[in-house]
Structure formats: C-alpha cells, structure tokens
Design a protein around this ligand. Sequence first.
Ligand code: NAD
Ligand code: GLY
Length: 354
Amino acid sequence: MASLNVSLDERSYPIYIESGLLSNNSPLPKHINSKRVCIVTNTVVAPLYLEALKQQLSDFIVDEIILADGEAQKSLANFEKIMEHMLANTHGRDSTLIALGGGVIGDITGFAAACYQRGIDFIQIPTTLLSQVDSSVGGKTAVNHPLGKNMIGAFYQPKAVLIDIDSLFTLPVREFNAGMAEVIKYGILGDKEFFDWLSNNKAAIKAKDKVVLAEMIQRCCQNKADIVSQDEKESGVRALLNLGHTFGHAIEAEQGYGVWLHGEAVATGMVQAAQLAEHLNYISSAETQQIIDLIVYFDLPIKAPASMTFDDFIKHMARDKKNLGGKLRLIIPTAIGKSEMFDNITHEQLHHVI
Ligand code: NAD
Ligand code: GLY
C-alpha cells in the first residue's frame, strides 16, 4: 500500500492510497484513539460505502450522520445539526469524527471536529477525485455563508487520510473530470515532469487504469503534502495552490454555485492565467496550447460564460481571500511547472484574457 506523510510536527499524519482500502483490512482502526466514532456522510455516498466502512470499525461504537447531497449542505445549519447530534448522543472529547464523502463532507466534518468541545480527532475518507487529490489533505475546513463561500472555517488537520481508488468507479464522469482540473493544476504550478507524465498517460487515466490512477493520486498528494508542510496556513507558497482559482471563483460566484463545478471553473481559470502569462511573455503560445490540450482532453471548459463581463469578473476578484491591502493578487505560471504570485497586474492586462 502506498503511504505518504504530511510533516507538521505533532500534527503530522499519513495518507494511505490503495485500491480496495474500504473493503479490505484497512489501517483505519490504528488511527482511532477513541472507543466511539461518528461517521458523517451523505445520501449518495452512504448506500455505496457506509456498510463497508462500518465493517472496518467492528471494535468501536459507531454512530452516523447522513446529510443531504450538494454544495448547499456545507452550511452553518448542517454544522449546527452535527453539533446537536454529537451533544444529544453524549459524544465526549474522546470521540472521533470520520468524513466519508467528497469535499463538501470533508470540509464540514473537519470544521465540526475543529469546534466540537474545542477540537476532537477526525479522519478523512475522501471519495471523489477532487477530495482525494486536494481537499482532504492540508487541513482547510469550512462551511459556506450566503455572503461568501468557505468564509467560516479553520485550519485543522486530520489524524489520517484514507484514499480508496475504487471509489472513483462510482463517481459520475463529470465529477471525475472536474477533479482532473486540480490534478493538472499541480503539474502547471510546480511540477513539469508530472505535467508531461499526465500528457503521456492521459488515455490510461481516462480509462481509469488503477495502477496509473494510484500513481497520479500519489503524486498529487505528495505535491500537496510538500507545500502544506512548508506553509500550513498559507502565508507563502501554499497560495500557489490557488492557480486558476481567482478567475474560477469569479465564474462560480457569478453563475451561482453548482452551475459550473468547482473544477470546471478552475480549468477555465487556469487557461485564463496561462493566457495572461503568455501576454506577459512568460510562456509561449505553444505552452498555452499544451495546457489547453490537456484540459480539453478531460472535457473541461476553457472559456468563461459569454454572458460574463469584465466588471463581473473584477467585482468577484476584488473579494478574493488572497488580496492584501485592497490589491488583487494573482497566481500566474511563469513556465509549465513554475508559478508565482503577482500583485501588480493592471486592468488593461486583465482585459486581454477576460
Ligand atoms: P462533492 O463533495 O459535492 O462531491 C461531488 C458529488 O459526488 C456529490 O454529489 C457527492 O455526493 C458525489 N460523490 C462523492 N463520492 C462519490 C462516489 N465515490 N461515487 C459517486 N458519487 C460520489 O464535491 P467535491 O468536488 O468532492 O468537493 C467540492 C468541495 O470541496 C467544495 O465545497 C470546495 O469548496 C471544497 N474544496 C475544499 C478544499 C480544501 O482544501 N479544503 C479544496 C478544494 C475544494
Ligand atoms: N485547495 C487549496 C489549499 O488547500 O490550499
């Protein structure tokens, strides 16, 4: 079984990646330091994987919370529902929360774990590609507020991350492709060799070859673990993980969350960032085309909705969490495999890509 480590002193934790992890003897029990656990999942994932997970937990007293599906469920109302359930069922500080699902379940469960009795253990079992390569690693936890996505949350690391590659076989293809945007992101922002590997293995990835998928997820998690280990709370290098996200968040917010999937918006945002890099003479048009080709191969969009104006973009980009002192900060690839944060991009330069 492949395993890697997120190195954060006493908050370090392993990431396990394996096909069949949920149905075979998993390393899960040894990472639970309590008698009682509470699994948080949703109505889509529960029928698929909840029973298999419970079978791994026969030595524990297992409780469960099943939320409805969708981004709208990452809410303060559901956060309160989890708190109420934990209190009503007399969970103590020594209970463990387990997130079984995609990024929505991972984010809200992590935030609940950070807050319940000032912090209890939690474990991530991500079941979407996006959550396996990104959201389950690194400790960003949050719920949404009507006035902004992920605006209420905490940095709170899990005790372990268990990735069962087999869960990708029940994932709708559109969700798989959206996850591929975040996969491609690692190649563009900091790992040229990985970008080339993705280009060479794209057919096997699309065909869901398990060996190739395992290597791909491992390389993404290694990239993320390295970055998070250097900069847990995003005061530096971690911001590079937002490549494509400033443009992408503007598309998501303007269209209404859920109309474009997060990964779809990030894919278009990465193309816009690459086109800006080309306009600034950092990358060639051939490199922009290489990026576009890989994104298009996974049926991801490369153009913002025609209805979105320049002002629509600027309105949302001005609210980006990376901005400092009112200045827009953008991540731009300065080569395939290298990126930097810029805070001096003018509206005139942005006009070229919006
Ligand atoms: P999601 O959790 O909504 O999952 C997508 C869909 O797939 C849902 O309908 C879900 O029920 C379903 N699903 C999950 N696993 C399945 C499986 N194995 N088979 C079939 N269906 C399955 O969305 P997501 O893309 O996983 O995550 C998006 C969320 O992650 C957003 O809220 C975003 O803000 C957050 N996010 C967080 C971070 C972070 O660092 N914490 C990073 C990126 C994104
Ligand atoms: N998904 C970006 C981060 O974890 O920092």
